[in-house]
Design a protein around this ligand. Structure first.
Ligand code: GLC
Length: 442
């Protein structure tokens, strides 16, 4: 297998990239977005190009989205894009809040922005993301997965252009599975048993690591556990909560038990989001890891991973009587309804979503294409073999609640589930959370 060269975190970037850490972003309430993007490089103006800005959360890969923007700028001489790199996607809630404050100013900055799939309804309902129907036709939309297209629509209109998909999956240590039973576990109970056996034999410090930090990723982990027990966050019509139901309570109780009863997860998971848990796994300290697809290429990189060639990825386990569920993640492209140049914005967005760029993102960031054709691409299959085998996981992923009120829903979920995990009064906290959710969506 060809190895992709990997440097998970790049320290220097192209000159036109404006980096902003999470604290600076929040301190300005996203205002710095406007200020920095107004300061276009002179060189760009001198060239007489149309200048637009693009803001995106920064994903981990062997390159950055800034490198893609560079390639776009080099590929033609009409449009110059200035890239504003926002904090990593694990700060989804904060990045959303900052972007909303900026978009609400109505000054057209940033012209193009990437949207976590959970923001699409809110951005569209508020009128910040322009419906893209004038730019697309059936020939174009038929090239994307139907499920991704559906997730990009609000009120029947396409308000985001599909970019890449992300989905939760279970990583395991192939050597330890071999030693402790030979078959990758399919239920949570089997996984816990095997993880515990490996831990007790001294083969791994932890059986299972996941993300329990009070952040968006906790909602993702919870959705997976709950849906794999035939439960849900909201009822099918989205108007009432199901998080106080027995299925959901049992699922959150299991997450709590991984730390307290089963003792296969350290209590540190309660403060971990994606990267801390990923590091523990690629350091060789855990047998199982729940995470997103970006971990695969990192796990294969000998400069940062102790477990090269000892990692497998598969669907997440489920409860008896349930079936595996993965949270649908990923980022899609939005056009600011107030952009001063729709054509330039579209030119850039459609380039970003084209097969060549999606392939580059699959190879260099481990993120799933939104174009089915790329799942048959030979190079992607050679370098990221998990993608083809996990295609059904990508296409069958479970959505988080689709509602313009998602910002409120997620804050309630993050806080309620976190309390249950910390104080152990799972049923009581889930019931309280359920009434709170009813108040938001009812
Ligand atoms: C990943 C997913 C995104 C999710 C986030 C949570 O970046 O793509 O959808 O909200 O993780 O941390």
């Amino acid at each position: 297998m060809t190895k992709t060269k990997h440097t998970p975190v790049r320290r220097t970037g192209p000159a036109h990239v404006t980096r902003m850490d999470r604290r600076a972003f929040l301190a300005t309430g996203g205002a710095a977005l406007g200020a920095t993007t107004l300061g276009m490089p002179r060189r760009a103006r001198a060239q007489g190009r149309t200048e637009i800005s693009f803001a995106s959360a920064s994903f981990f890969g062997s390159e950055t989205f800034g490198d893609l923007v560079d390639s776009f700028n080099e590929s033609q001489d009409r449009v110059m894009v200035r890239y504003l790199e926002l904090p990593p996607p694990s700060s989804s809630t904060e990045v959303y809040q900052g972007l909303v404050q900026q978009l609400a100013r109505g000054n057209g900055t940033p012209d193009v922005f990437s949207q976590d799939v959970i923001w699409i309804a809110g951005m569209a309902a508020a009128g910040w993301a322009l419906p893209l129907d004038e730019f697309v036709d059936d020939a174009m939309t038929s090239q994307y997965f139907e499920g991704t297209l559906a997730a990009c629509k609000w009120d029947g209109k396409l308000t985001a252009l599909p970019w890449f998909m992300d989905t939760g999956m279970m990583y395991h240590r192939t050597d330890l599975v071999e030693k402790h039973g030979g078959t990758v576990p399919t239920t949570w109970a089997e996984m816990a048993k095997m993880g515990k056996a490996a831990q007790e034999a001294g083969d791994a410090e932890f059986g299972f690591v996941w993300q329990g930090k009070q952040a968006e990723v906790l909602v993702c982990d919870a959705v997976e556990a709950i849906a794999s027990n035939n439960g849900a966050i909201l009822s099918e019509d989205g108007r009432s909560s199901r998080i106080g139901d027995a299925e959901a309570i049992e699922a959150i109780q299991f997450l709590h038990d991984t730390i307290n009863e089963l003792q296969i997860s350290p209590s540190d998971v309660l403060s971990w989001d994606e990267e801390p848990s990923r590091q523990v796994f690629t350091n060789g300290q855990s047998m199982f890891l729940r995470n997103w697809s970006y971990v695969w290429p990192i796990a294969q990189d000998p400069s940062v991973s102790e477990v090269v060639d000892k990692v497998g990825a598969g669907p997440l386990p489920h409860f008896e009587g349930g079936s595996s569920a993965s949270t649908l993640g990923g980022y899609q492209l939005g056009m600011n309804a107030n952009t001063s140049d729709r054509d330039a914005a579209w030119e850039f967005m459609s380039w970003m979503s084209a097969p060549e760029q999606q392939k580059r993102i699959a190879l260099n960031f481990g993120l799933g294409p939104s174009r089915p054709a790329l799942f048959d691409d030979a190079q992607i299959n050679e370098e990221q073999p998990f993608m083809a085998t996990l295609r059904p996981v990508f296409t069958g992923a479970t959505a988080r609640p689709v509602t313009p009120e998602y910002a409120k829903v997620t804050l309630a979920l993050q806080s309620g589930i976190s309390k249950a995990l910390v104080n152990g009064r799972v049923e009581q906290e889930m019931k309280a959370l359920s009434s709170q959710l009813d108040g938001i969506v009812g």
